[in-house]
Design a protein around this ligand. Structure first.
Ligand code: CP
Length: 328
């Protein structure tokens, strides 16, 4: 894949080689993210950071990643503060904002909206989440984390057993991660959700075509040898009413007692965050916070590395980062 100038809209545009390129570039970003080195490789460049739906990690880590490469960030947050609220089209917004920016990161509540926006943009557009559809940068940081966590235990992505649990219908992170993992070999997927919130057929077809073993269930069972448990939040914002989401909240919790009972001692615990910590939901309990297998904050940290790598690659400066080093 030629990254320079490319939009990053879906994990479907990657193959194993391009994923390796992103991860190798992310590895090289570590000293800059840790403030051991400083670079001005993107000095003078501007990121348009457009978040038309709420976000903490994705929005701030995109901005942090761009700043760490020496660039500046212009933010638009919330639909109501943009001219989209006055009926302006995504195309017109993209044409205008792309002349103010060198690259744009965007989140929007509607599936397909970021791709629609990209048609009007004259600079690369990176999808920060479009409705229940995709969240490709989250999937990359999840896979990067999975590789690190499994390597620590002497395992690989090929042949692993992953359990995904919760709202698999509306959770865009599990859609993108499943599609990425489909590119690897002999993975066992145990997909645990209420029947009404099962993984979409479009994702299941990709897994079946790639020959992976998939078990779909609404029971917490068959997971005693899972290498990874990937817990998700009930995506209340995708339901017609909060009351409808209430029907499913708290159905599949993970806490220390459940973890000890159902999983092997070194199963890695993941969650894209935010976790819903309200008592009626609490899908990932704080009593796991000190468990060394809890990888949720390592996931969030890796988000900066992955997003730095994507900026460096799409703006064609990945090989020049060290040339523009300056004093720390
Ligand atoms: N994982 C994730 O997308 O988090 P935010 O909604 O906080 O960006």
């Amino acid at each position: 894949m030629n990254f320079t100038g490319a939009n990053i809209l879906s994990v479907d545009q990657f193959d194993i080689d391009s994923i390796q390129t992103i991860f190798a570039t992310a590895d090289r970003m570590q000293p800059y993210a840790r403030r051991q080195k400083r670079t001005k490789v993107l000095d003078g460049a501007i990121l348009g950071n457009l978040f038309f739906e709420s976000s903490t990690r994705t929005r701030v880590s995109f901005g942090t990643a761009f700043n760490l490469l020496g660039g500046e960030v212009r933010e638009t947050t919330g639909m109501e503060s943009s001219a989209l609220a006055k009926g302006e089209s995504l195309y017109d917004t993209a044409r205008v904002l792309s002349s103010y920016s060198d690259v744009i990161a965007m989140r929007h509540p509607k599936s397909g909206s970021v791709a629609e926006f990209a048609e009007g943009s004259r600079v690369p557009v990176i999808n920060g989440g479009d409705g229940a559809n995709e969240h490709p940068t989250q999937a990359l940081l999840d896979l990067y984390t999975i590789k690190q966590e499994l390597a620590y235990h002497g395992h690989t992505v090929d042949g692993m057993h992953i359990c995904m649990m919760g709202d698999l219908k509306f959770g865009r992170t599990v859609h993108s991660l499943s599609r990425l993992l489909a590119m690897y070999k002999n993975i066992r997927f145990t997909l645990i959700s209420p029947r009404e919130l099962a993984m979409p057929d479009s994702v299941l077809e990709v897994l079946a075509q790639a020959g992976h073993q998939v078990v779909i269930t609404d029971q917490v069972s068959g997971i005693s040898d899972a290498d990874i448990v990937y817990q998700t939040r009930i995506q209340q914002e995708r339901f017609t009413t909060p009351q409808e989401a209430d029907l499913y909240r708290g159905k599949f919790r993970l806490n220390s007692e459940i973890y000890t009972k159902h999983y092997k001692p070194n199963t890695v615990i993941m969650h894209p965050l935010p976790r819903d910590s309200r008592a009626e939901a609490n899908e990932l309990d704080n009593d796991l916070n000190q468990n060394p297998n809890l990888a949720i904050f390592r996931q969030a940290d890796n988000g900066v590395l992955i997003r730095m790598a994507l900026f460096a690659l799409t703006l064609g400066v990945a090989d020049q980062v060290d040339k523009y080093e300056c004093d720390v």
